[in-house]
Design a binder for this molecule. Structure first.
Ligand code: GYE
Length: 326
């Protein structure tokens, strides 16, 4: 009899325990998987962007979060629509990569009224009201521009050039990386009388536009009309190189400076087709999801988070295995 009672108790305990731990597990799973992040990606214009999207998807998976992703194909209106749909869906956190800096206040006020925190990923916005976003995760583009300028000074010294004419192929107008990569670069080189930017053209971060810009620049200035190409991303640089390398009379020591660090650009650096690759990492997913976690757990977050970055140049030992692209 006592044995029977003991067995029943043991069984009850066992069931209770399994029941209990089973319940805890489902609750934990539900906790994570019930968090939904609305992510408005701006487009698919470059390898950088594609790697960035993949990083967000992977990180959401790793954290067990649901990811509602909308790709805006380079259209601000589409991003605004996506953000509105995330608000209607009552996602836990909105993440977006603003294609341009201006024009977000209204939709972000709606998000704020709905009590949904907003993380700006990759690019910044221009607003008088900083309370419209909770945090920014992305590169310090101004520092990237400065790195490009500092490289150029070192290169001009090494080549013993008295004058260098620069053409600049810019990223999307009114976007943070375009503005700050330009500003950082100018702040460094404008102190030095050897350098003149003879033209700045809009390449919209697209490879096809990079090609087009280079064709126009060559037509306008001739094949030996400039000494430096400073291009705001690898996609445009690779497009420009396609044209340059088919053109007769381009000086052998033309200096090519690019930003991002995708594999094709780093390979082109190793092959001597590019001189300097300023790095910009697309792998922001983990940092973003960490912030989502902190926010959904009610913890405060830092307003700005920028990853450590550097540059690969033709002054480096390019056989070092750490010299690799994404
Ligand atoms: O450099 C470019 C992309 O915003 C940092 O956008 C990003 C830029 C990147 O299209 O390749």
């Amino acid at each position: 009899m006592r044995k029977g009672i003991a067995m029943i108790l043991a069984l009850a305990l066992l069931l209770g325990l399994t029941g209990c731990s089973g319940k805890q597990e489902t609750e934990k799973e539900k906790d994570d998987s019930s968090i939904v992040v609305g992510f408005s990606q701006l487009g698919a214009e470059s390898s950088w962007r594609i790697a960035n999207t993949a990083s967000m998807e992977q990180a959401a998976k790793d954290f067990g979060y649901g990811l509602m992703m909308e790709n805006a194909n380079q259209k601000q209106e589409k991003q605004i629509d996506a953000i509105r749909s995330f608000i209607a869906y009552q996602v836990d956190v909105i993440v977006f990569s603003p294609i341009v800096e201006t024009g977000w206040d209204n939709v972000l006020k709606e998000a704020k009224q709905a009590g949904i925190p907003v993380i700006l990923m990759d690019r910044m916005i221009n607003t008088q009201d900083d309370s419209l976003y909770t945090a920014y995760v992305g590169a310090d583009f101004y520092a990237e521009g400065r790195r490009a300028g500092e490289y150029l000074i070192r290169k001009a010294d090494a080549l013993e050039k008295a004058q260098m004419r620069i053409v600049e192929i810019c990223g999307t107008a009114d976007s943070t990386p375009m503005r700050d990569r330009q500003q950082g670069f100018m702040d460094v080189i404008s102190q030095d009388s050897r350098f003149t930017v003879i033209d700045s053209v809009d390449g919209d971060f697209l490879r096809s536009k990079g090609e087009e810009c280079m064709r126009d620049l060559l037509a306008k200035y001739g094949s030996d009309g400039f000494d430096v190409v400073y291009s705001h991303n690898d996609a445009m640089t690779l497009g420009a190189l396609d044209v340059l390398e088919k053109t007769e009379g381009v000086p052998k020591d033309l200096v090519v400076i690019t930003v991002d660090g995708e594999k094709d650009a780093v390979d082109a650096l190793k092959a001597g087709r590019i001189n300097c690759v300023v790095q910009c990492t697309p792998n922001l997913g983990i940092s973003v999801m960490r912030l989502v976690k902190e926010l959904t757990e009610g913890r405060g977050v830092l307003k700005t988070y920028s990853p450590e970055e550097g540059a690969f140049t033709d002054f480096d030992d390019l056989t070092d295995p750490r010299v690799e692209g994404f």
